[in-house]
Design a protein around this ligand. Structure first.
Ligand code: PAF
Length: 283
C-alpha cells in the first residue's frame, strides 16, 4: 500500500501513472472508515486502474469546534481496512493541515447557485464553503478521472457536481447509494460515538423516512412534515433538527408536488450531542 503525506509527492506519483495510461479513481474521506466508504472504494476499483483515498479531517468544514476535536481519527485502523480491499491498487493520501492549507486555515467562499443555503447550509453556516475549498484543492492535487461520493450526504453530492460544472473541473462525479446497518441506520463515522442507548433508538430515523416515503403517494409534503414532527416528539432520546421534502435538483422545499420532478426527504437529528443526517428518494 502506497502512503503519501505530501501533496507534491502524491501529485507527481499520480501524474506519472496517468502518463502511463492508468486511470485514477478518487475517494475523499475524513477517515474513521466503514463499509460505506469501502463500497465507494470498490466502485472506484471497478471503474479505474487505481484509487486514491484521502484521509483528512478538514477543519474548515466544521462549524462546531467540539465536533472537530472529537471527530474520530483512526489512521492505522483505516489503513488496515483498506489493505483488506486491495494492497496494490489503493494509494492513501493522509496530509497534515499544513500540507493542505499552509499557515492559512481558511475557506474560500463559493456560490453554488443557492444550493449552499438550503438544509445543511442553513444549519451549519460556512460548512459548504469548507467542503468546496477542500474538495477543489484535493481535485487539483490528485487530478482524478472519477471521484466517488455517497448519497448519504446528498446535498454535498449535488454541491460537488455544481462545483465541477461551475469551475470546469475535469473529473466525473459518481454518486453511490447509502449503506445501512442491518437495522437501517445509515453508515456514518459519527455512529461510533453514539452511546448504546442512542444507538438503539437511532434506526427510528430510517423507519420514519420509510413511512414518509409511503405517505408521499397520497399526502402533501406539509402533512408528512407535520406527521414526522409528531413522531419525533414520542422519541425522548432523539431531537429532530429538520425534516424537509425537497426537489433533488434545486434542493428547495417542495410546495406543490409535480409528477415531472424528483423529490427526496432529508432529515437531521440529534442523538445526544451526535448529529445524524439521512435521506430517502420519494419518487
Ligand atoms: O464527506 C466527507 O467525508 C467530507 O465532507 C469530504 C468530502 C471528505 C470533504 O472533507
Amino acid at each position: 500500500m502506497k502512503n503519501f503525506e505530501n501533496k507534491t509527492e502524491l501529485s507527481s506519483y499520480v501524474s506519472a501513472l496517468k502518463g502511463n495510461g492508468s486511470t485514477i479513481g478518487f475517494v475523499p474521506t475524513m477517515g474513521a472508515l466503514h463499509r460505506g466508504h469501502l463500497s465507494l472504494v470498490n466502485s472506484g476499483l471497478e471503474e479505474n486502474d487505481l484509487v486514491v483515498v484521502s484521509i483528512f479531517v478538514n477543519p474548515t468544514q466544521f462549524n462546531n469546534e467540539e465536533d472537530l476535536i472529537k471527530y474520530p481519527r483512526t489512521l492505522e485502523a483505516d489503513t488496515a481496512l483498506l489493505e483488506t480491499v486491495s494492497d496494490d491498487r489503493i494509494i492513501i493520501y493522509a496530509p497534515s493541515n499544513e500540507d493542505i492549507y499552509g499557515n492559512d486555515i481558511q475557506s474560500q467562499s463559493f456560490n453554488f447557485d443557492g444550493l449552499e443555503h438550503e438544509m445543511e447550509g442553513a444549519f451549519r453556516v460556512g460548512h459548504f464553503d469548507g467542503v468546496g475549498t477542500i474538495v477543489k484543492r484535493l481535485f487539483e492535487i490528485v487530478n482524478p478521472d472519477r471521484a466517488y461520493f455517497g448519497e448519504k450526504d446528498f446535498q454535498q453530492l449535488q454541491i460537488i457536481r455544481k462545483l465541477v460544472e461551475l469551475h470546469h473541473l475535469p473529473v466525473e462525479i459518481v454518486g453511490c447509494p447509502i449503506h445501512r446497518a442491518e437495522d437501517g441506520l445509515a453508515m456514518s463515522s459519527r455512529n461510533a460515538r453514539l452511546s448504546s442507548a442512542h444507538r438503539d433508538v437511532a434506526p427510528f430515523i430510517y423507519r420514519t423516512l420509510m413511512s414518509a416515503k409511503i405517505k408521499f403517494g397520497t399526502k402533501s409534503a406539509q402533512d408528512i412534515t407535520e406527521w414526522v414532527h409528531t413522531q419525533f416528539k414520542t422519541e425522548e432520546l432523539l431531537e429532530l433538527e429538520y425534516f424537509i421534502i425537497a426537489d433533488i435538483t434545486t434542493l428547495k422545499p417542495v410546495k406543490r408536488k409535480s409528477t415531472k420532478k424528483s423529490y427526496r426527504a432529508f432529515i437531521a437529528v440529534y442523538a445526544g450531542d451526535i448529529r445524524l443526517i439521512d435521506n430517502i428518494a420519494l419518487n
